[in-house]
Design a protein around this ligand. Sequence first.
Ligand SMILES: [Fe+2]
Length: 486
Amino acid sequence: MADVMRQHLAGEISLEDAVKGPERAITQSLGREHGFEPLRIEGTLPPALRGTLYRNGPGTVGLFGRHYTHVFEGDGAVSAVRFDGEGAQGAIRLVRSEGLVEEFQQKKMLYSFSVPWPMRFWRSMVQKKSKNTANTSVMCWQGRLFALMEAALPTELSPETLETLGERDFDGVIQHSFSAHPHTVPGRKAIYNFGMNYGKDSSIELFEFPFQGTPRHLGSVPLAFPVMLHDFIATEKHLVFFVAPARVKVLRALLSVGPFEKMFTWDPAQGTEIIVVPIDDPAHPIRFHVDPFYQWHFANGFELEGDRLAIDLVRYTDFRSFTGINEANYLGKKKTIEDWGQLGRIIVEPAQKKLHWEPFWDQICEFPRIHPDYEGKDYRYVWLESAPGGGVHDQIIKLDVETKQQEVFYFDEGEVVSEPIFVPREDAKSEDDGYVLSLIYHRASHTSYVAVFDGLDLLSGPLCKAWFDHHIPGTFHGNWMPAVSS
Ligand SMILES: [Fe+2]
């Protein structure tokens, strides 16, 4: 790895030359990697905002002249924006997975569905190799930083330099994979997550990462067939899974038969399975089937009176959005509310084995986030991005889930928003008393900046913008690591 870094830093392997996108846009590959360097501040930076926003997304749309077949194939590019009360510094680096290092060394793409099938087959079946793109999210745990991709192990990075430290299985706790959607439950002082096992018998593997101490494997939930499962939600007492019938074609995957999109098939006759796992008794989940639906992301979940659960999510009628993401990203195709998701609440009644769905609103939206201290319990505000016209996501929304009142901030034409991250203010007086951070792509200058909003006054626009002097390719998810108070 060090050799490749030296080669890259010495200019022998140029990212700019090796990694090129099709056009000047947010979908263009990362052009420059760097450690922390000062960002230009526009506006007034809140002195109380101290910590680092880490974000992750596919930083490459291809390698060495070949284009990937799906946006999910790109290599993770982890960015960091650190606020210290007086200024902001920014850093970004590609995750140096073993696969990417090998590709840089051989100066050719080796792992995507874009490479010829015999080479893919050779790597998968003979060499037993695949690439951990680590391109979806980050987890901050016990001061450590991990880049996540749902089909692989976590990849540890240095929070100070973003240097890749390597894959981690935590002394064998994670045997197969670790989803990109760990959920913190402050009431239990732990982070929960799952990983998919696509072995002879498929299962969901459950994990607990306590705020202090070592991670543990909580249990296994066997599945009737292998599925794509992107996210789940944790309440203070339960881990809740909505397992949609997005079947994985395992043989196809093993044999590396492309394209990527055909590795999955929507099988509505199977319905969606609801699985409610008691955290303190994981061997005895409640399970039942309902009419099929799909989701990428949950906002929150919590216990209601009796044994009912409130689960807030962006709900899709089917799996069309899987190809829709690609068409929107690479081809600029507009989304419609019919093939996209709706934010709302599902009331789960485990005893009656029933669900009740209530949409909150009818706009195209995604990437819901909430105040981190309210995860797993009753709450008021969800923050998310929206694209009512079906094009790029260019709005940030604050939605009151009790009153359904919403505040919408419209970005300028040519700006693309990302998932808004809520950072509570110290000594906050209310749930929305804090900062809202979103990484924005600015097409006119082909650069990116982090917008910092006041959560109590979204409509007045950013308090400040921290500008990179280059663009950051589209990101999926991120997290905030507060500065350690001295
Ligand atoms: Fe996600």
